[in-house]
Design a protein around this ligand. Structure first.
Ligand SMILES: C[S@@+](CC[C@H](N)C(=O)[O-])C[C@H]1O[C@@H](n2cnc3c(N)ncnc32)[C@H](O)[C@@H]1O
Length: 276
């Protein structure tokens, strides 16, 4: 598992280069923004999933987020979703992620957005969470679980840190029933070695087996494809976009993801589970 985690980390960090230089570049780009660095202003760079901020807002609506909640963002990436939750609902969020450069960027953006008292980021592996049992009201995860082979173990660990009656909110790529082979590389993996796509039935079985009862489970592939098409429209794109972190290969990664969705090789699902 250690080796696979290294491969996953290297994949995500491949376009970062020297960390200090990238942090300085991001900070300078934030200085150039016309308004404050709100979730909306940073969405093109810090929401690392199809559907961007719109999908994050939709998942928040589905799960119901309240100010008094303690939230774990499992696989927090660059931190866009966690900062949106803190900014919009006033809840506290801890993000945990495997990739050191991403944790550093998430911390910088929390400082620059004035949200550092509400959100915090830690380096770690979701399959071995550094938290006591039953300490979160909500575990939130978007576009992360497809990197994790031991899905039963992952969901057991997410369930362990949830309070009884707490909720898991997820937005994830899954496989079509016949499990056609996706085209690689995709944004989360260079090859099938670090990509584990379960079917809907397999996902539900893994969730239930861990004591996470699905309350909703919806296919949102069409909405996500519509968003991808919009992104290609010839409108002025913010220079502060995910390509700054991922590098020039982002075009190929997103194109393959789009093709996998169009050809029914990958589906996207959004759902909510209750800890039982
Ligand atoms: C596609 S990004 C999504 C980031 C964020 N959830 C978002 O939607 O903006 C996937 C993230 O999952 C993280 N990740 C993958 N495997 C992980 C693991 N075992 N433990 C913690 N984080 C992991 C990666 O480092 C990466 O930041």
């Amino acid at each position: 598992m250690g080796d696979l985690n290294e491969t996953i980390r290297d994949h995500y960090q491949a376009g970062v280069g020297e960390q200090g230089a990238l942090l300085a570049r991001l900070s300078a780009m934030i200085d150039q923004l016309e308004g404050p660095p709100s979730s909306q202003a940073l969405a093109a760079v810090d929401q690392f999933h199809v559907g961007g901020l719109k999908a994050t807002a939709e998942l928040a609506k589905r799960v119901g987020v309240r100010p008094e909640m303690d939230v774990l963002d499992a696989g927090s990436g660059l931190g866009g979703p966690s900062r949106y939750l803190a900014e919009t609902f006033g809840c506290r969020v801890i993000g945990i992620d495997l990739t050191p450069d991403y944790v550093a960027i998430a911390k910088l953006l929390a400082e620059r957005t004035g949200l550092a008292d509400k959100v915090g980021y830690r380096l770690g592996d979701l399959t071995q969470l550094p938290f006591e049992d039953a300490c979160f009201d909500l575990v939130w995860t978007q576009h992360v679980v497809m990197n994790i082979r031991d899905r039963d173990g992952l969901y057991r660990e997410l369930r362990r840190v949830l309070k009884p009656g707490g909720r898991l909110a997820f937005y994830d790529p899954i496989a079509a029933d016949e499990k056609p082979e996706p085209f690689y590389p995709v944004p989360w993996a260079a090859s099938a070695e670090t990509s584990t796509l379960l079917t809907e039935d397999e996902t539900v079985a893994a969730l239930r087996g861990a004591g996470l009862k699905p309350v909703s489970f919806d296919d949102v592939t069409l909405e996500a494809m519509g968003w991808l098409i919009q992104q290609q429209a010839p409108v002025a794109q913010s220079p502060l976009n995910l390509g700054v972190v991922i590098g020039p290969r982002i075009g190929e990664l997103v194109a393959n993801f789009g093709r996998n969705l169009r050809e029914g090789r990958v589906r996207l699902v959004m759902g909510v589970c209750e800890a039982v």
